[in-house]
Design a protein around this ligand. Structure first.
Ligand SMILES: [Ca+2]
Ligand SMILES: [Ca+2]
Length: 614
């Protein structure tokens, strides 16, 4: 037997320690990347004092350092690494050298999931739920205050943080799935360390860090996994226009053209018409895009190619890491829209099936349609947004139920709006909503009138396109009109100390349960019946405050009768015979009451009947 002689070798000889080792790179972003991406080249930001004067090399089979980009600031280097198709996942060294000193950065290429690129997305079959994590549910009291971060939890101050977090959302996924929600859109989760109003997280201070008061980086993936286990998809909120004034870039700006800057603070003119107006001046477009959205939101110059690539990768990174299903884009027209289109396309190049819904807060269907991909715009512009938000329908919801019927008021508003659907490239991918975090809650719009409220829900859930529900809508959560903080009250029961838990039937008032059950029935009916997802639509000009439209496909016909009068009406059906021939009865989908169709249908005041006719 051969004797094994153990020779003890001092550890420092196995892993030589250079007395002259340096640490130039204080930040390396992204921390890792993947093999198998469709775009073979990726960018690595290295940040540290005078790092630009380092020699940098990479040694790994199948990876080439194709470019090293410098800026006006010597503390930044942007490496571009090209990954061959055959490159294997693994760890490798990025070596920085200056004179006789070196720094070794261990970098990793992870193995991309083979299904990642072909992932599916949300569609018109889905119902979205928008929530603000700080205001939904507090699942972890330990993260309410985190050292180094402004603000503790002050629930009595409307603009302060209230303590909601990712853990709280995870605890309510079953509740949402049961309600009939199939897609969740959270407002951003990234680090936001502004001293005030940080709770909305639209003013990012670190793109590669989930705000510790909301959770840890790995919690984003847990949230996604929890959603997927309950059949719920997850949408990421993409914000290309601005970061926050506490972003670490502000302490040492990467380059002179990183931000859109002015001699003194200059806001945007907020006039998005400057993009669609054929007579627009360059000055107005410049002010729209280069003016800041808010004083605490430094305006990003997406036309800087290094920033463009950096930000593109931020979102690819999180889609990949957290397994995200769809994108919502914030304040799209506040960017140079051609650059924004390129930006969206560059993300979608990694996920060709991914749907992207853009916030283009404009006032006419023609302008909304301009921003939907596929529209044949005269100027050739294609936004690359597959879906758009229907702010015009939102305006109809805000007016119709409070108005007396007239030629163009009341239900005629719905009729006139839908009559303009010819402008859309794809009316199936229009996102409909009663309200969101930036506008008056629908509960306040109708002054808490339950009948009007249910009319709104019925019209929303039967509209072409797909619905977005704002958290709390299911319990007619109150608000304060004209007040941002008043649109964002805490969900009652999301905090252990709350007097009641409106996440349960027991904790809801009778009225809340009536609204909740109504919406739940509508959502679950829509979920099971493609006719309300992608069926054709036919509408009839409103008469005497009665508006009738149909959704239909080969299997089903749904008749929607809205009575916006303050009195009950008997609706004669003869006028609708082109849709009703051969049909004998209709079952109202929420009450299950049956109506025979050979006689007028009686519709109570301020009521929408949704009849499945056969
Ligand atoms: Ca918390
Ligand atoms: Ca801008």
């Amino acid at each position: 037997m051969k004797r094994i002689i153990l020779v003890l070798v001092p550890v420092f000889l196995l892993f030589p320690i250079h007395a002259k080792d340096q640490k130039w790179a204080q930040r390396v972003e992204p921390a890792f990347w993947w093999t198998g991406m469709n775009q073979p080249e990726f960018q690595v930001l290295l940040y540290g004092v005078d790092i630009s004067s380092c020699e940098i090399s990479v040694n790994y089979k199948g990876i080439a350092l194709s470019r090293k980009e410098l800026t006006t600031n010597p503390n930044y280097v942007f490496l571009y690494l090209k990954v061959d198709k055959e490159t294997l996942p693994g760890k490798f060294n990025i070596t920085l050298k200056k004179k006789s000193k070196t720094q070794t950065v261990v970098y990793e290429l992870k193995d991309r999931d083979t299904e990642s690129s072909s992932r599916s997305s949300f569609t018109n079959a889905d119902a979205l739920y928008l929530l603000m994590p700080d205001r939904f549910a507090n699942g972890n009291l330990k993260n309410d205050s985190v050292p180094g971060y402004h603000q503790g939890v002050h629930r009595n101050i409307p603009g302060a943080r209230h303590g909601g977090d990712i853990e709280g959302i995870i605890s309510k996924i079953s509740y949402l799935a049961d309600l009939g929600i199939t897609t969740l859109w959270t407002t951003p989760l990234f680090d936001n360390n502004d001293s005030q109003y940080s709770y909305h997280h639209y003013a990012c201070s670190d793109y590669y860090k989930i705000d510790p008061r909301l959770g840890k980086n790995e919690d984003y993936r847990r949230l996604s996994d929890s959603c997927h286990s309950k059949g719920v998809k997850l949408i990421i909120d993409v914000v290309p226009n601005h970061c926050g004034s506490s972003h670490w870039w502000l302490k040492d700006v990467p380059s002179t053209d990183w931000f859109n800057t002015w001699p003194t603070y200059t806001s945007s003119n907020y006039r998005m018409t400057a993009w669609t107006d054929p007579h627009a001046s360059a000055a107005d477009q410049y002010r729209l895009t280069h003016g800041w959205f808010a004083p605490n939101m430094p305006d990003l110059n997406l036309q800087n190619p290094l920033l463009f690539d950096y930000l593109r990768q931020v979102y690819v990174f999180w889609i990949e890491l957290a397994n995200i299903d769809g994108i919502r884009v914030d304040t799209y027209p506040y960017n140079d829209i051609r650059t924004a289109a390129r930006f969206i396309q560059s993300i979608r190049s990694e996920y060709p099936n991914m749907n992207v819904v853009g916030e283009c807060w404009v006032k006419t269907p023609a302008e909304i349609a301009y921003y939907q991909s596929g529209t044949k715009n005269k100027d050739g512009f294609d936004s690359r947004l597959t879906s758009v938000m229907d702010f015009c329908l939102k305006d109809v919801f805000s007016s119709a139920f409070n108005e007396k019927e007239s030629w163009d008021g009341g239900m005629a508003r719905f009729y006139s709006l839908y009559a303009q659907d010819f402008v859309y490239a794809n009316q199936d991918l229009i996102m409909n909503f009663l309200d969101n975090h930036d506008i008056d809650r629908f509960s306040t719009v109708v002054k808490r009138d339950v009948n009007k409220y249910k009319m709104g829900l019925a019209m929303l859930l039967t509209a072409r396109g797909y619905p977005q529900i704002y958290y709390g809508t299911e319990i007619m959560l109150d608000g304060i009109p004209g007040d941002y903080q008043g649109h964002r009250f805490d969900f009652p029961g999301g905090w252990a100390e709350d007097k009641r838990n409106a996440y349960t039937a027991k904790g809801r008032t009778n009225v809340e349960n009536e609204v909740f059950n109504y919406l739940k029935t509508l959502l679950n009916y829509r979920k099971k019946n493609p006719v309300l997802q992608n069926g054709l639509m036919k509408q009839f000009i409103p008469e005497n405050g009665i508006y009738v439209n149909f959704r239909y496909n080969q299997d089903k016909t749904i008749m929607i009768i809205a009575n916006n009068n303050d009195q009950a009406k008997d609706v004669d059906l003869i006028r609708y015979c082109e849709m009703l021939s051969g049909k004998k009865a209709g079952t109202e989908i929420t009450t299950l009451k049956t109506y025979t169709l050979n006689q007028p249908v009686s519709v109570s005041a301020k009521t929408v009947l949704i009849l499945e006719v056969q």
